[in-house]
Design a protein. Structure first.
Length: 131
């Protein structure tokens, strides 16, 4: 197997382990027993957050594609439902990202995603789950 595949697999397992810890404790932080592994694999916490954020947006976009194919009557409500549904499916990731929403590592991808969503749908969407 290639080094890039091995790296991707290590990262997947590490993200899964961290999110499982967050799901167990409800604390949006890297469990102490995994902190050194996160730093070794990702370089720093910001890179780890970016990875989780990219996974979140890939899952969101995949769900959004299905909604856009249907063409709902109330697109803003449908987008909000996608966000809420994904928050229910990936609660530990959402908890982590919301708790660190102001972290500078998250800004670029979030702004890119907001611009892309606005261009595709006309919807302005905020970082946190809509009420």
């Amino acid at each position: 197997m290639s080094d890039s595949w091995n790296r991707a697999h290590r990262r997947y397992r590490l993200v899964h382990a961290v999110l499982a810890g967050i799901a167990r404790t409800g604390r949006p932080e890297v469990p102490a027993r995994l902190a050194a592994a996160v730093d070794a694999e990702f370089g720093d916490f910001g890179e780890f957050l970016r990875d989780v954020q990219a996974r979140w947006y890939r899952a969101f976009d995949a769900r959004l594609d299905t909604v856009l194919e249907v063409g709902p009557d109330d697109l803003p409500a449908a987008v909000a439902d996608v966000w809420r549904g994904l928050s229910d499916t990936m609660p530990a990731a959402r908890l982590l990202l919301d708790a660190h929403a102001e972290h500078p590592a998250l800004t670029a991808l979030h702004e890119h995603h907001r611009r892309t969503l606005r261009a595709a749908t006309g919807i302005r969407h905020e970082l946190r789950c809509p009420a």
